[in-house]
Design a protein around this ligand. Structure first.
Ligand SMILES: Nc1ncnc2c1ncn2[C@@H]1O[C@H](COP(=O)(O)OP(=O)(O)OP(=O)(O)O)[C@@H](O)[C@H]1O
Ligand SMILES: [Mg+2]
Length: 430
């Protein structure tokens, strides 16, 4: 019998739980080149908090692999699934397609003993863009919005690309401080603008520039009177997709996305920290309480939100999760084309790495630095030995201190992230 390989789970947990609560991500590749063949299934633990890094060049299968982990969480037995939730920060607007079955790869799925299946994911879109989705015929489940008073002065400064040491930054800091003192947490963007206008220290030029930014922020369609509740996003046994892809198209896009990701991550952290306390109480007193499930936060293009160099509005909240997410039961899955550009604390904390094809020396070195000296085997060699197929990767498992070349399994749900081809009907080519 072919034995399954479990990654991300220590010996004690394997003894206690066996294969329960694992995700079937692919099969072990044994042999090189032409001789390569698929052997043991690879199962990844999804029930303990992890930091997972999914790296690889453009088009190597990263977004695909992340989605299949979400598929696996949805396929867990009810009693485990209810204790987990997935929140996808969808930077490219590709995960809505998970609702549809992957009919395209029906034959491949069959070879794996699987079949096409749509997933009951929940798509959240920014409130101000709801109409655009309706016009494009994309159905969504919910809108999301944030409250502008949740943003600290620093977050505004980072979002607008100012600095604390310039006049713009210091004016924003002064104004936000004053408005918070006067109004607590009930103020809106027009209120902030009025306070800027009333500020006596800043020069006209500076005021105009800041007012411009805040007026633009109104147009982001993301701020509302009451923010979306974390409980609506993080639901037991549910995959919620937060579509932030719209902000790629607007000029401030690079900073709006980290702002949204940062604020929601912070809210999730707080909510889970409270839930954790309730869970501890439950264990101590035996009283059952309604708590929030453990969360998997998945983010594409992570190096843009948690970069090694510089700071974004998502840096603090994501770093808090990297460093302290284990206690409240939050797992992170960082997808990146450039591991070397991802914050090195996040790299260092990764306990599972799924590395698709990577060639840049700096990126390979970054991977090597995660899996300390016990992994003297050359990562590059493992990657080079991978067959030239879509969805192949090496998995670095910190728990077993081993490397596995794997073929990720085909997806049950439709993948919308592939590259388009200008030939519409391949059939005509014969
Ligand atoms: N496990 C797999 N099995 C079969 N095909 C796969 C697999 N993984 C990826 N592919 C194929 O490779 C294509 C590219 O994958 P994907 O969109 O995940 O790339 P990516 O690494 O996220 O690229 P980018 O950096 O551009 O976002 C997919 O459209 C799919 O056709
Ligand atoms: Mg991708």
């Amino acid at each position: 019998m072919v034995e399954n390989i479990i990654v991300g789970r220590d010996k004690d947990d394997i003894k206690k739980y066996g294969e329960k609560g694992t995700a079937f991500i692919g099969k072990h590749i044994v042999g090189k080149g032409e001789d390569a063949h698929l052997t043991n299934p690879i199962l990844m633990d999804v029930t303990r908090p992890h930091v997972v890094l999914v790296a690889g060049k453009r088009g190597s299968g990263k977004s695909y692999s992340a989605a299949l982990i979400a598929e696996e969480i949805l396929a867990l037995p009810e009693n485990i699934r209810q204790n987990l939730a997935v929140v996808f920060f969808d930077t490219m607007g590709i995960y809505w397609s998970m609702k549809n079955p992957n009919e395209r790869d029906k034959d491949t799925l069959l070879q794996w003993g699987l079949k096409p299946e749509g997933m009951p994911v929940k798509l959240f879109v920014p409130k101000g863009y709801a109409q655009d989705y309706e016009d494009a015929g994309v159905t969504f489940d919910n809108t999301f919005n944030l409250v502008c008073s949740d943003l600290s002065a620093e977050e505004w400064v980072l979002t607008f690309g100012f600095s604390f040491v310039d006049e713009f930054g210091s004016t924003i800091e002064r104004v936000i401080k004053k408005i918070k003192k006067d109004k607590g947490s009930s103020y809106s963007i027009p209120d902030i603008i009025a306070y800027i206008e009333a500020d006596e220290k800043a020069e006209r030029k500076v005021k105009d520039s800041i007012v411009n930014r805040f007026s633009a922020a109104e147009g982001w369609g993301v701020f509302g009177k009451t923010g979306t509740r974390v409980e609506d996003i993080v639901q037991p046994g549910t995959v919620s997709i937060i579509d932030v892809s719209h902000y790629m198209q607007i000029s401030e896009g690079w900073s709006v996305r980290p702002m949204i990701i940062g604020m929601l991550s912070r809210k999730i952290y707080h909510a889970r920290s409270m839930a954790r306390k309730a869970e501890e109480l439950e264990v101590m007193t035996g009283e059952t309480r309604q708590t929030m499930p453990m969360v998997w936060i998945i983010s594409d293009e992570s190096h843009q939100f948690l970069p090694e160099e510089g700071k974004t509005a998502a840096t603090e909240p994501l770093l808090t999760l990297v460093k302290q997410g284990r206690e409240p039961g939050i797992s992170l899955l960082f997808i990146t084309q450039r591991p070397d550009k991802l914050n090195h604390d996040a790299l260092a904390q990764s306990d599972i790495v799924i590395a698709h094809r990577l060639t840049a020396e700096a990126d390979l070195t970054a991977l090597r630095s995660i899996m300390q000296t016990y992994m003297l085997d050359d990562i590059q060699e493992y990657i080079n030995a991978l067959p030239r197929k879509k969805g192949v990767a090496i998995v670095l498992d910190d728990n077993s201190e081993r490397i596995y070349p794997i073929q990720c399994r085909p997806r049950k749900s439709w993948h919308a992230g592939g590259s388009p081809i200008a030939i519409k009907d391949v059939g005509i080519l014969g």
